[in-house]
Design a binder for this molecule. Sequence first.
Ligand SMILES: Nc1ncnc2c1ncn2[C@@H]1O[C@H](COP(=O)(O)OP(=O)(O)OP(=O)(O)O)[C@@H](O)[C@H]1O
Ligand SMILES: CC(C)(CO)[C@@H](O)C(=O)NCCC(=O)O
Length: 385
Amino acid sequence: MDGDRIEEATLANSPADEISHLALDIGGSLIKMVYFSTGREEEQQQQQPIGKTQKDGRLLNGRISFLKFETSKINECLDFISSKQLRCSRGVQHSGFPASDKNIIKATGGGAFKFADLFKEKLNINLDKVEEMSSLVSGANFLLKAVPSEAFTYVNGQRNYVQIDHNDLYPYLLVNIGSGVSMIKVDGDGKFERVSGTSVGGGTFWGLGKLLTKCKSFDDLLEMSHQGNNRVIDMLVGDIYGGVDYLKIGLSSTAIASSFGKAISENKELEEYKPEDVARSLLRMISNNIGQIAYLNALRFGLKRIFFGGFFIRGHAYTMDTISVAVDFWSKGEAKAMFLRHEGFLGALGAFMNYQLVKEFPNSNPLVSDLTDNGIIDCCVQVSS
Ligand SMILES: Nc1ncnc2c1ncn2[C@@H]1O[C@H](COP(=O)(O)OP(=O)(O)OP(=O)(O)O)[C@@H](O)[C@H]1O
Ligand SMILES: CC(C)(CO)[C@@H](O)C(=O)NCCC(=O)O
């Protein structure tokens, strides 16, 4: 976790950068941070992509960077902000952002309520709350419209990037798999409805996985699941049907009939199972379940595209594969599961969009297409002069 934070921070924020605006999504498990930083003034002058002052403000080049912290270690996040604030306050004048923004941070997620007093006490910062579902939606819409190659399908171990037609984006189902899962029908910019949710989500995988395998980190649990074999613990159709398929109801002998079902008949203790196999069955059970509920909601509203976000996915091949297969299986190939490269940052990005700074991001701006894998989107924002 620390490694992630430090690595991304170093990459994202060179000494010359000035952080001006920062937004947070403080969730049940993780705090996601998105911030805008500019280069030095000389660089700005050299780089102006459009090179002109707009009637109502000026354009600044910059980059949006992404960081995450564990919510249980919120002090790390406070320390990070506090260390950047010095630079930020110089940057406020330097970049031309209004000074009044200095002590206000846009924040979404439950922690924007829970930790508001802590931010005030420790940093003298007021959290300006942005509603969680609307943040998720504006973050997803921003990424889908602004960032080329943001969305992809995952089929047979292959990522296939999807070109999004801006005129044909809506409606879609957004499934955000955080600690819990929210399912949102999105009909346009700011037009959405949370149609379903489930408490069996990323927190369940991490919580149960930690108890059952004694692993120390989420990434270790994922890695374990990668090594494991779910057939050791899951009861398959073939286990019940003596090795044959049950094709009349569309189930092959290798389909899971009952997640963790073998643990009953085998009469073994937990210690007798390999943690890797437990992790694999757990990941499969939760991913399948989410894929199925997502499909049912897509069916309910006639939606063909389902975008999956949230930090549970973590770009993990087996997770994406299980979700894709579940959606494909239940929809008989009618609905498509799609994933997002900035999966975990939808809410934080949405809260950031609430500053209404980013004016220039469509594909026409060449800087935007320069998305790197280390958590930075170059962009151009418009500020009042
Ligand atoms: N380094 C990590 N530490 C903890 N959980 C992680 C980590 N990486 C991925 N996860 C997974 O991501 C989930 C949290 O995802 P996310 O940050 O999107 O949700 P959240 O905002 O914390 O939750 P909610 O929206 O329900 O409040 C965890 O429950 C876990 O399954
Ligand atoms: C409560 C939230 C929205 C907090 O992010 C999330 O954890 C969630 O959607 N949980 C699922 C709750 C339910 O719909 O059963």
